[in-house]
Design a protein around this ligand. Structure first.
Ligand code: UTP
Length: 624
């Protein structure tokens, strides 16, 4: 483009000479750029980002890279609510606050919010479960699965990991089968005229998207209709090099801005911009349930907590577990500002204790008469009421209050050890809600509701005694424990566990009891399917695959694997005794074993079992 044409393009776009003077190399290349790209360039210069063009050679050299640079800028601009300028502006403010050591909770006084504390199997628990199952057909589920899982260090995606190795059911399969079972149970409970397919959204990222899609496609969506599943991919955000929020250039490619994940808070903006929320609202849905990638227990807590949301009319319901004072898990806290603002929010454990001390509680966070802190532990599974959620997102466009966590080189806080970025968390959604919003929580025992797989074996082995490992080992053992305790509560005599060490972690080993979610989702269903005098020895394995399997007067000392089609009904009882399935230790470093085995430190050796599948319609009995 002739220089006069460039000048006229510039004057049309009102990019002024002073701005361009800060980036002479950009000026030389303006002829390569479209009007839209010049607009973006102007925005970058206005936001003090002229360093991005410092190394740009004259036109004719690396032009494709220059255009690729603007494609990336365009993406970063388009995927952030308010655009890249807004991102940089917010970053400047948050970096200044961080440098000044400003406490985000200044002026707030903490108190215990109100919520529901449930005990598994009690009457109100059963009632909430019943209410929750009824509501499930008005719900949509959202799994946030864009995280890298650096702490776990697994080479695959986390949702592809087996939740337990007795049946090798991966987390994604467990989740989908649970949603489908809820869909059926909800339909049956309301005797609805038409069955609604519960929508299931998975938030992915560049790190997980293609492998999540492949896992779904190669497994026929684990029985779910493919149109029921929506994948929404989150984008990364630009990294920041200094307190002036100058964008960081990639060390490998000077035409690329360094990016990092923005956090699971992105889910709100993505849902909002996808149009799905409106679609669900128009279809009469009422609830959106958010959950994470590796909690094999979660669906044991879903029916009752959804029942709490519906009964208590909570706009926001955070699932929580009892938390020891000062335990390293965020506490759900009501914060009241001196100016009258209030919010019920997750406060990280290292902020909660000082906040309490500064607010007239000299001992900080301490256990009460229950032996636990009055501030319940947030497990980051949220139930939002759709109507108020849409109302709020219409105002915020899904933007969530962000934070920045730079690692400074020294106490002057003038330089970073490495680039940083803004992050946001999905549980910070209530921060912008008006005081009239009904924000509560539902507490359930951790053995029932929470056993995530986040830590690699080496780090898990270093966890101080008494604290949860949150490893693949503990995540699997927690499933057996929960199933065993649930059966105990239903009247089955289940032997005590033994203590064993795998990958340096001492865990309780209960009988390996597993069932498909459609066998029983609620305690009432379990009680309905287990009767008479039943017992299960510690060395036993029991796998139930089939909706209409009734366990009656069963004495199990070995392995029993039983399945049936939906049109069959099977009574299983009598004495089942065989050598069963043993648990064998595996060394984490044993290269001959697959990673999914090494990561948990054991494998199941199938020695002897009674296995029977009923694939014809009819009534059957299995009584060895
Ligand atoms: P985690 O706290 O487990 O983080 O995320 P992570 O990134 O997966 O793992 P680390 O910290 O690197 O070890 C909690 C949930 O949020 C999702 C994760 O997939 C997990 O389900 N997540 C996290 C996202 O969807 N996007 C993100 O940017 C970060």
């Amino acid at each position: 483009m002739a220089s006069t044409a460039v000048e006229s393009k510039l004057s049309n776009l009102s990019i002024n000479d002073d701005l361009l003077a800060s980036a002479p190399n950009l000026r030389n290349n303006l002829s390569l750029l479209s009007s839209k790209q010049i607009d973006l360039a102007k925005m970058l210069l206005e936001m003090n980002q002229s360093h991005l063009f410092k190394h740009w050679p004259d036109p004719g050299v690396d032009d494709d890279k220059k255009l690729a640079f603007f494609e990336q800028v365009n993406r970063l601009d388009g995927s952030y609510p308010g655009g890249l300028a807004s991102y940089i502006q917010t970053a400047k403010g948050l970096l200044a606050d961080s440098k000044a050591g400003k406490n985000p909770f200044d002026g707030f006084t903490p108190s215990v919010p109100s919520g529901e504390v449930l005990t598994f199997g009690e009457d109100n628990f059963i009632q909430f479960e019943e209410a929750g199952v009824k509501e499930a057909q008005n719900a949509a589920f959202v799994l946030v699965a864009g995280g890298l899982g650096e702490r776990l260090g697994y080479n695959g995606i986390k949702v592809a990991l087996p939740s337990e190795s007795t049946t090798d059911t991966c987390f994604l399969q467990r989740y989908i089968e649970s949603i489908l079972a809820l869909q059926e149970a909800s339909y049956r409970s309301t005797q609805g005229e038409s069955k609604r397919d519960i929508p299931f959204v998975i938030m992915t990222s560049d790190d997980t998207h293609s492998r999540t899609l492949e896992l779904l496609e190669t497994n026929n969506y684990f029985g779910m209709k493919s149109k029921q599943v929506h994948l929404l991919k989150q984008e990364k955000v630009a990294c920041l090099d200094d307190n002036d929020a100058r964008l960081a250039v990639d060390s490998q490619n000077a035409f690329t801005i360094q990016t990092k994940p923005h956090g699971h808070g992105d889910v709100h903006a993505l849902l909002y911009s996808s149009g799905l929320l409106k679609e669900w609202h128009d279809a009469g849905l009422r609830w959106v349930l958010f959950f994470q990638d590796t909690n094999g227990l979660l669906f044991k807590a879903i029916p009752a907590s959804l029942g709490v949301s519906a009964t208590k009319k909570y706009h926001v319901n955070s699932l929580a577990v009892p938390r020891k004072a000062k335990e390293a898990i965020g506490g759900i806290t009501k914060l009241t500002h001196s100016d009258g603002r209030t919010m019920v929010i997750n406060v990280e454990y290292n902020q909660l204790d000082p906040l309490l001390r500064a607010s007239g509680y000299p001992d900080g966070d301490v256990n009460d008469e229950t032996g636990f802190s009055p501030f319940p532990g947030n497990i980051n599974q949220l139930i939002l009421e759709l109507g108020p959620y849409i109302e709020e997102l219409t105002k915020t466009k899904g933007a969530i209050k962000e934070f920045v966590n730079p690692k400074y080189k020294d106490s002057t806080k003038t330089a970073f050890k490495s680039s940083t970025r803004l992050e946001c968390m999905m549980q910070d959604y209530p921060k912008t809600l008006p005081p009239s919003a009904r924000v509560g929580f539902t507490v359930m025992d951790a053995w029932l509701a929470y056993a995530p797989v986040k830590n690699n074996p080496e780090d898990a082995a270093k966890v101080p005694k008494g604290n949860p490992y949150h490893s693949a080992t503990s995540g699997e053992m927690a499933i057996y424990k929960a199933n065993s305790l649930v059966l105990r509560k239903a009247g089955v005599k289940v032997d005590d566990p033994v203590s064993q060490v795998f990958n340096g972690q001492e865990v309780e080993v209960w009988p390996r009891v597993t069932w498909k979610p459609d066998w029983a989702l609620t305690f009432a269903e379990i009680k309905n399917k287990v009767s008479g005098k039943c017992s299960i020895s510690q060395k036993s394995t029991m796998v139930i695959n089939g909706r209409n399997i009734f366990v009656e007067d069963l004495s199990l000392d070995g392995a029993l694997v039983i399945g049936c089609i939906d049109d069959a009904e099977v009574k299983v009882g009598g004495s089942v005794q065989n050598k069963g399935w043993a648990i064998e230790n595996v060394d984490f470093k044993d290269a001959l074993e697959p990673e999914k085995v090494r990561i948990r430190g054991f494998k199941i050796k199938k020695i002897e079992q009674l296995e029977k599948n009923f694939n014809e319609p009819g009534k059957f009995s299995l009584k060895p």
